[in-house]
Design a protein around this ligand. Sequence first.
Ligand code: ADP
Length: 326
Amino acid sequence: MATIKSIGILTSGGDAPGMNAAIRAVTRAARYNGWSVNGIMRGYKGLITGEIEEFHSNSVSNIIQRGGTILKTARCDEFKSAEGRKTAYDNMKAAGIDALVVIGGDGTITGAQVFAEEFDVPVVALPGTIDNDLSGTDTTIGYDTALNTIVEAVDKLRDTATSHERLFFVEVMGRRAGYLALNGAIASGAEAAIIPESQTGDDQLKTLIDNGFRKSKNSAIVLVAEDPSTGGALGLAERVEREFPQYDARVTILGHLQRGGSPTAADRILASRLGAAAVEALKEGQRNVMVGLKNGDIVYTPFCQALSKSKTVKQSNVELVKMLSI
Ligand code: ADP
């Protein structure tokens, strides 16, 4: 095993608050160990175009509190081709980079897995996505901040919702994962969450209406995960208009608001711990693992397991929303 002297770091795919805190932690931990650090711009794209710059300790000053990513991010189809990845590898070698730390979601980790296998390069990934849809970690970087943004928005909506008799559908992100919708519903005291994980033959909208959501209430707020099978909040509102015209349904789609803002303390601490642990992993000779936090401890999970989609929302939390919304 060749010793590592220089690493490259990139952020890729959807941005998430806390990515900057992770970039800072990786950079500082690597510098602490005497390694050189290269910031790669725009995810895998920068590896292909050679947009690589040397990072020093002060390159990451004053960024822990900033949302987004100073390295920028991009989606890069070229990296999905063997030629694109060969160019990326050649540029990486030309820049003297021995190992990579990538920060992103499941697409980014899929790319890392393919690249690492093809060129026998040590790669360590950090889970950076608001969706919390990666196995191998209890939460992902950005998830807590997005959850707090959702709660703040729903609190505001409730003020107007209680003044009218309406059914409010609030669509949140999550890419086929219901974490934001479900835990957002618990934290904001919403009447229900309609999530992909409960989409197993059960008509969640009909159940909600049949259970008489308005028995003791004038209005209801329902958090809805974006989900092609329900059509999201708009799809559900159309169904209400068609099938339950006695109700007045309104739609709020939070959209990209959920990606922005200053990361919460929880996300900054998570990103800082995972960033330092990524460097530790490379030092120990680990490769092709995602760093995560489980029950408060750092864990390393092979890429294939992190991508296995085996993590699911807690069924007891689904029941909790029902119990607390009577
Ligand atoms: P996220 O990381 O947020 O899930 P994407 O799914 O858009 O975001 O993936 C980010 C990038 O990862 C893609 O633009 C592409 O460059 C790379 N990537 C995704 N899937 C693959 C793949 N199968 N092979 C190689 N690279 C991939």
